[in-house]
Design a protein around this ligand. Structure first.
Ligand SMILES: Cc1cc2nc3c(=O)[nH]c(=O)nc-3n(C[C@H](O)[C@H](O)[C@H](O)COP(=O)(O)OP(=O)(O)OC[C@H]3O[C@@H](n4cnc5c(N)ncnc54)[C@H](O)[C@@H]3O)c2cc1C
Length: 522
């Protein structure tokens, strides 16, 4: 008899989702996590004593209602500021993203003009058909082929939108709806940043519009575009971990899997770092499909075509993530004093224009650190005081583009240089910022790779390029036309259809697929 009925490798939010479903479905499940904490890239970590940081992912974008209900996600307390984010560029008025759609529309009309209001509405409308084609909110459905994506269009306009998503750029779409580079600068900049951070493409590069469709997709049930959890995003893995263990599942931290074992076309278990083995007829991997199939499974027992396909995945995530323990609340200078009002510092975009972002991406390809990086700055302790000691604040900054390739200096010096420029930029807007820093830490993609095993530190486990979506993204059992020929092996990471991001979909799909194949009902 096997040690367990199922093993889940990795306790990211997707691994925990799959593990919970398997255990609840009656399979004795163990979830093995290399780190000393669960949650992977959706974890909160006390990096500095008393300061709690969302180490990577922080915002829950819309998640299908079926999954929220099944996993009890809507029971988790949230932080709901009136302003979800304030987005600034050096030209044009700030874009204030009010939670209330009526207030947002009023702000757009008054501060940015009616053309901006209509343009934003057109952008959201544009995203609907591509989002259907992508299957953005599909649960337990196979990804679509390109022909099936086009079949999602009900009008010529929708067909054009799907063509944009597959072959076009962000600027193709925003130039159509928000053409004024000055008056619409902050809207264009926010949309460009939202789109390209899941790609290795500038906003003017063909193929970048897929990220825009993914980022703008709004769910059918009216869930807000952004949800922040009280206590930080780590509340999610804590909740899933509780559900898993209260149902009898076993979560083992500090347990690195070195190999997934198979014999005679069937999975037999895993081998750990210490050389010991754990047996089970089902293994679900939260790691990226390429790591799973080329490093954990012996690739020589897999078809060469499958190994070749997953080995080609583009992982050039080009970002920098910084965390700051601050001695107080930053003070923003004129004309951005509105950011000094209570709660207004929870999410601030300090963006380059769309055109600058394109230039910075082109420079980054040659190893050049952007002089003035685009930054998504979050100070969640501004709305959730428990995240930092009294009077102090925990801030995080996510910035583009960190040059992951090119010949200008070594990796470490580029990281140091970009971190310096991130601090300088924030300090330009909030002059006391640098002097408030008690401690800070900087993670480049290589650091993320070391922490979470994601190749290239790519948090998508396969960037959102048009050639890495649809049927080119695997499902739980591999690609529709090239399935994994090992019985009992399932993929559940962000690199699968339904990912990337904190979407829960790959974990959900894999958990139920494995249960169904085992003849169980969830
Ligand atoms: C800086 C940054 C900001 C982001 N912001 C957002 C955001 O705001 N909203 C959003 O939706 N998404 C965001 N993302 C993306 C999101 O965090 C990820 O796509 C998502 O968390 C991936 O989840 P996962 O469960 O598939 O994989 P992971 O979270 O990577 O989980 C994989 C787990 O496997 C473990 N592991 C690895 N190797 C082994 C091994 N050999 N044995 C055992 N365990 C192993 C890892 O430690 C990890 O816990 C962000 C990512 C980054 C890096």
């Amino acid at each position: 008899m096997s040690d367990y009925d199922a093993i889940v490798v990795g306790a990211g939010h997707n691994g925990l989702t799959a593990a919970t479903i398997l255990q609840r479905g009656g399979l004795r499940t163990v979830c093995l996590e290399a780190n000393h904490y669960a949650g992977g890239m959706a974890a909160s970590v006390e990096l500095v004593e008393g300061f709690h940081f969302e180490i990577a992912g922080s915002v829950q974008f819309p998640t299908p209602g079926t999954i929220r209900e099944d996993l009890g996600l809507d029971t988790l307390p949230t932080v709901e500021p009136d302003v979800m984010s304030t987005n600034i560029t050096d030209s044009g008025p700030p874009l204030i993203f009010y939670r209330d759609p009526m207030r947002l529309m009023t702000h757009l009309g008054e501060a940015h003009g009616n053309e901006a209001l209509m343009g934003m509405a057109a952008m959201f409308a544009w995203a609907q058909a591509p989002a259907r084609a992508l299957g953005r909110f599909d649960v337990r459905q196979a990804p679509r082929s390109y022909d099936e994506m086009y079949a999602c269009a009900t009008t010529e306009q929708e067909r054009q939108a799907i063509t944009d998503m597959l072959f076009g750029s962000v600027t193709d779409v925003i130039d159509r709806h928000l053409p004024d580079r000055d008056k619409h600068a902050s809207l264009r900049a926010m949309l460009s940043f939202l789109a390209v951070n899941t790609t290795y493409r500038g906003p003017a590069t063909p193929g970048s519009a897929a990220g825009l469709a993914y980022g703008l997709a709004s769910p059918p049930d009216g869930m807000p575009m952004m949800t922040k959890f009280a206590g930080g995003v780590g509340a999610v893995p804590a909740h899933l971990g509780r559900m898993f263990t209260e149902n009898g599942g076993e979560l083992r931290l500090r347990t690195r899997v070195r190999a997934i074992l198979a014999a005679d076309g069937r999975i037999s278990g895993v081998r750990l770092e210490d050389g010991s083995t754990i047996t089970a007829p089902i293994v679900v991997s939260n790691l990226s499909p390429d790591v799973t199939l080329t490093e954990l499974v012996d690739p020589s027992i897999l078809p060469a075509d499958l190994v070749a396909r997953v080995s080609r995945v583009d992982h050039r995530g080009a970002y920098l993530q910084m965390h700051f323990a601050l001695d107080g609340r930053p003070e923003f200078a004129a004309p951005y004093e509105l950011l000094n009002e209570p709660g207004m510092q929870q999410s601030i975009g300090l963006f380059s224009t769309t055109e600058q972002l394109q230039q910075q991406w082109e420079d980054c390809r040659h190893g050049i650190v952007p002089p003035d990086p685009s930054i998504a700055l979050q100070i969640p302790s501004d709305g959730d005081a428990g995240l930092a000691p009294p009077g102090k604040h925990a801030a995080s900054a996510f910035a583009l583009w960190f040059p992951v390739q090119g010949r200008h200096g070594d990796y470490a010096s580029r990281r140091t240089e970009m971190a310096r420029r991130v601090i300088a930029k924030i300090t330009r807007y909030a002059p006391g910022f640098e002097s408030l820093i008690i401690r800070n830490t900087t993670f480049a993609p290589m650091n993320m790779e070391r922490m979470f095993g994601a190749p290239g530190g790519d948090f998508c486990q396969g960037l959102l390029h048009p050639d890495q979506i649809g049927t080119n993204r695997p499902g739980p059992r591999g690609f529709a036309d090239l399935p994994i020929p090992l019985e009992g092996l399932y993929l559940c990471g962000a690199g699968c259809h339904g990912g990337p991001a904190i979407s829960f979909i790959p974990g959900y799909n894999a958990g139920y697929q494995a249960l169904e194949d085992a003849g169980r009902r969830g």
